[in-house]
Design a binder for this molecule. Structure first.
Ligand code: ZN
Length: 205
């Protein structure tokens, strides 16, 4: 196994639509090696998810990691359907845009269908942070980065967010260009944003 170099924003592979794998290709040694290397790379960078285009392979394959990096889930050719109109907002980061964070709205609950690392069909529902990570990774397969979806006023360096209080609702309102008046008039408005998302915006995906 080896640790792979992560493509950074500006590399054209991050803007390509990745190619699906055939079910019978999943057992190929080249695909299995890519999976092993992506698992090791994810552990090395302590990320929650990694999409193959981020490691210079334009195929529809993503790896998700548990918080302790002990468990991994491989999704090949993942297809998403939205289970709710409810949105969750959180600061997202990306291994391909190191140190940057931006507020992104995602669908709160999604249904996922894919092949696993053994080429078996899997289907499950995801919500909260898992739903955010899966949508972020599937975006990578379509050549979409989180900055395409975030409010650009919220784009920040992680170090500055940590300094200036990213979890304070009035800070978020200011970053989004809302007046403080509307933020204080509706003090509960921040409740849903951070509740299901990551506790802190540290992790890159
Ligand atoms: Zn990413």
């Amino acid at each position: 196994m080896s640790i792979l170099k992560v493509a950074r924003m500006g590399h054209p592979i991050l803007r390509q639509v990745a190619t699906p794998l055939l079910q019978e290709q999943i057992s190929d040694s080249s695909v299995q090696r890519l999976i092993d290397d992506m698992v090791q790379t994810l552990a090395e960078v302590d990320g929650a998810g990694l999409a193959a285009p981020q490691v210079h392979s334009s195929v529809r394959l993503v790896v998700l990691a548990s918080e302790d990096q002990k468990e991994h889930m491989v999704l090949v050719n993942p297809e998403l359907s939205f289970l709710t109109t409810e949105r969750i907002r959180s600061y997202e980061g990306c291994l391909s845009l190191p140190h940057l964070r931006g507020l992104v709205d995602r669908v709160a609950r999604v249904h996922v269908e894919a092949f696993n690392h053994e080429g078996e069909r899997v289907a499950f529902d995801a919500e909260g942070f898992s739903a955010i990570v899966i949508q972020h990774e599937v975006d990578h397969l379509d050549g979409v980065l989180f900055i395409d979806r975030c409010n650009t006023r919220s784009l920040s360096y992680l170090e500055e967010l940590q300094k200036h209080g990213s979890l304070d609702p009035s800070f978020e309102a200011a970053m989004e260009g809302e007046s403080n008046e509307s933020a204080s008039a509706n003090p509960g408005s921040g409740d849903s944003s951070g509740a299901d998302g990551p506790e802190s915006p540290d992790q890159e995906i």
